[in-house]
Design a protein around this ligand. Sequence first.
Ligand SMILES: [Zn+2]
Length: 400
Amino acid sequence: MNKCIVCGSRNFKKVISFPSIPVLVGCGTVEMHNKIPNLRQDLTVAYCQKCGLLFNRFPQNGLSWNVFYKYFSHPTTFSVEKKDDAKEFFDFILSYVHKAGRALEIGCHDGYFLSLLSKKRWDVYGCEPSPASDIAREKYSIKINKSMFSPKDYEKSSFDLIILRNLLVCVPDPSQLLMECRKLLKKNGIIAIENPNIDMWMDFETFALRHDVLYYFTSQQLQNIISARKYTILYSKLGKSKRNFILASVKDNTSNGKKGGIYPNQSCLNETREFILKYEENLQEFKKKFYNFLAEWKKTKQKIIMAGAGSHSQFLISLFDIENNISFVIDNDPLKNNKFLLGYNLQVFSPEILKKEKVDIIIASTGKSLQNSLIHSLKKYKKNYSKILRLYPRVEYETF
Ligand SMILES: [Zn+2]
C-alpha cells in the first residue's frame, strides 16, 4: 500500500515487524508442502498517522492472490464455535431483513452460512475459489462460482442481499469491492458485513497476526468506508468474540458510489494508538512468560507438542523460533490429520496419537475463544501427557 485507503495520506509509521511468518495459513498435503517449502515472509504492521488505519505494510511481497486463495481455505469442517458465529450473524441479518430474495455471498467458504439462508427460502449464490467450495456444492447444493470474485460474472441490479463475511479485511481495495457490490444490488438492496474488530487482534483475543489480514478496522473506520461509497448504514453492533456486524442499504443504485471523501478523524487515530499500545504491552508480557517456560523445557529436555494446527501455531512457532523443539502437532479436525503445518517440517496428527505416544507438554495453541474447548477435548488423554500450557489470559499450566 502506497497511500492510505481511507484518507489518502502517505504518512505511515511502522508498529511492529515479525520475522518469517508462513504466508499460507493452516495445513497442507505433502505435495503442497514440497511445492512451497518454507514459504515464509516477514510480517510488518504499520498505521496511518493521519486517520489511524492499522494495516499490513507489505502484503505478501507480490505473491499472487489467486495462488494464495487456491490453497488457503482447505475444506475443513467448521467447529461448533464457528457455526455459532455464523448463526449469530444470520440472526442479526434476519432480525432486520424479513423478506426472502436473491442473495450472494462473496467468499462463501464451505457454504454453511448460505445453507442457513437457503432454509429460509432465499435463492442463494456463492463465490469461492478455494477447495472449500466443493463442500458448498456437494453438501449444501449451493450454486457456486469457483473462482475469485469478478462483478462481470453477475447481472447488474440483481441481488437483494450481498454478504461479506471476514472479507473486507482481506481484499487489497475494500472500497473498490463495495462499489462493485452496489452495482450488483437492487435499489434498496442490502449489504451485510461481518468483520473482526481491531481489538480481536490487539486485545489478545488472538495475538497471532497473519499475512492474509490486510486491515485491522475499528467499527467507526469500517462504517466510514462503507458510508463513503454511498451506502446508508442501517444497523451496526458488536457481536460475540469481537466481530463488527453492519447492515447498509443502497439508496440510489444509479450512482456509481465513487467517493465521497473520508475525513480523518482524531478519535479514530487515538483509538488505534490505544490498541497498539495495549498490543505491545501484552506481547512483551506474553514473550517474557513464554520464554521462562521455554528455558525450563530446554533445560529438562521435555517432549513438547502443539495442539491446534492453524495460523495461531504458525505464528507462535516463528515468534519463538521453536520448530526444532516441537515434536509434532495435533488437531481435532480429521481433515487436517496426516498433513503438514505449512511453512514447517511438522506433521499433524489426530489427538488419538496420544494413546500411543507419551509427551510431556502440550501447548494449547488457539485463539482465546476456542482455548477452553480445546483443553477440554484433551482431558481424555490425561494419562499420556504431564502438562498442558494455556496461553490466555496469561501463559500458565492448566490446573485440573
Ligand atoms: Zn489514513
